[in-house]
Design a protein around this ligand. Structure first.
Ligand code: COA
Length: 189
């Protein structure tokens, strides 16, 4: 089911962004710093056997679904995934050239001007810990910041907070609390 499990490619080079421990101030200087200082360049990714894609074309949704399931996300209806991706403003995925399968993915929805929310940040377990998660997040963030989008949010599981913090994310900024609609199980509405 997970043919890539057990493969452990060598860690990708890890360069640290100057902005890594700051909240992105969302101006041109910072956004260009982010877009020009990826921890791994597109060329290095390619030389390590990975292709970067910014569109949904060529993305096999069954394979993507397998990555979702492998990291513990619920398996989703491929038709619904397709629709969701069609309604997604920005997405990035990394293909492992050897198998032509997706091994890292992230996407952002939003209004394209003020607000964006990042979803489905995943790296195939066989490829975690070598910089691919950071590589897709840096590029997704760079794209959003270049558009001037000032409000970028995401939901983070507690165990992943440490991954997002160096990318500039803070929990409950200025005491602001995120709220999600939580339908009661027996609610008739
Ligand atoms: C979280 C996830 C996307 C990280 O991707 P990854 O490719 O393994 O991470 P990277 O190798 O790019 O790591 C980048 C940096 O974050 C750190 N990091 C990675 N995962 C971390 C974690 N869970 N907690 C703290 N730090 C973490 C790495 O040590 C590395 O630090 P460095 O830059 O100082 O070397 C990946 O582990 C994953 O898919 N997890 C399961 C799905 C999930 O939980 N997604 C997030 C939903 S909220």
């Amino acid at each position: 089911m997970f043919p890539l499990r057990g493969l452990t490619p060598a860690p990708l080079p890890s360069l640290h962004l100057k902005t890594s421990h700051l909240l992105p101030p969302l101006n041109v200087t910072i956004s260009s710093a982010i877009t020009n200082n990826y921890s791994i360049s597109d060329e290095d990714l390619e030389s390590r056997g990975f292709n970067l894609h910014r569109t949904v074309s060529d993305l096999n949704l069954d394979h993507l679904n397998k990555v979702f399931v492998a990291v513990g996300f619920p398996r989703r209806d491929p038709q619904k995934i397709r629709l969701a991706l069609e309604n997604t403003n920005s997405l990035l995925w990394v293909e492992y050239k050897k198998t032509q399968k997706p091994v890292a993915f992230a996407r952002a929805t939003g209004d394209g001007v003020f607000n964006a929310i990042i979803w489905d940040v995943v790296v195939d377990p066989s490829f975690q810990g070598i910089g691919l998660g950071k590589a897709v997040m840096e590029r997704l963030m760079g794209e959003l910041l270049e558009k001037g989008i000032a409000n970028i949010a995401l939901y983070s599981e507690p165990r992943v907070l440490g991954f997002y913090r160096p990318l500039g994310f803070v929990a409950d900024p200025d005491g602001i609390k995120g709220m999600v609609y939580s339908r009661k199980k027996n609610s008739k509405r």
